[in-house]
Design a protein around this ligand. Sequence first.
Ligand SMILES: Nc1ncnc2c1ncn2[C@@H]1O[C@H](COP(=O)(O)OP(=O)(O)OP(=O)(O)O)[C@@H](O)[C@H]1O
Length: 316
Amino acid sequence: MNNKLKIHLLVNEVAGNGHAKKVLEQTKSILINENINFDLKKSNYAGEAIRIAQDYGNQRHLPNEVLLVIGGDGSLNEVLNGIKWSSNPNTPIAYLPAGTGNDFARAASLTDDPQILLEHFKKGFKPDLIDCGSFIFPDITIDKKYYFANSFGIGFDAFVNHNSNISKLKKLLNRLNEGKLIYGYNVLATVTKQDTFGVEIEREGHKIYFDDAFMVTTTNHPYLGGGLPLLPSAKIDNHKIDTVVVEKFSLAKLVKLFINLLKDGSHVNDPQFHYFEAEKIKVTTTKKEFAQVDGEEIKRNSFNIEFSVSSFNLLR
Ligand SMILES: Nc1ncnc2c1ncn2[C@@H]1O[C@H](COP(=O)(O)OP(=O)(O)OP(=O)(O)O)[C@@H](O)[C@H]1O
């Protein structure tokens, strides 16, 4: 037995429409072949990984132990919250991306190859301090802080996310490894249905109001929707978060912005595209809109949110 390592696997087998199950099998066979000590916990329902990770963080662990998450961005979000709510919020997290979008892995340049990750582990555990976003709903409770690895979006991107998650086509296209196609299709299908809403942004004592916002997304890094570089300048380790506000545009404008986004990132120079970078940003909306956190839908009639940058220990 390789006494140097002890791996605690935490897996969401339904992530990536079953891709996580394959990554788990691959990882297990490497661990068995290399005689590395491991145990395995599976999340049996949405939300269970929060409790499993919190229990893990509440226990004492030796320096040779690591929690390795296999799943998508939603699974990582659950584990991040579980660890941050535990009595040892600095407990390091390792992560093998196996979802459909994997935006966090893209932003943090993570390998999706279990063999490569294990080779890194064998050289020693040196966690990196990586940014994540945090938020509270001050009109509900100021004590409960939530965390995200990718983004918190209100409006258009959340509506697209909602349509992508319920789409019957999603499973088929995912099976063909074309998850991005369904997101692109839903961008076009949703643009005519998204209404506009008022949003107030407050940062560093300055307030700015938009009457006709189309989306307002607070992000920890550039990517959205499985690799779309919404805000190329956003950094995962600059200890800042960014809020993007996009004002109402026509279908023709959407096509132009989308082409620029894919071509050279020049969509950020459009007069209807705004972004704000700070350690703390307040976002207030007054209308019922779709909202998503790390790709998971949240339901509220309006939003009054205080975002701030936070961090966690990532082993990669
Ligand atoms: N056993 C389970 N059965 C059903 N849902 C689960 C189970 N375990 C976890 N979940 C939920 O599955 C959802 C999707 O998981 P996840 O986001 O990791 O994968 P994905 O959507 O395929 O990937 P990505 O977010 O990267 O696109 C999460 O909301 C999680 O709460």
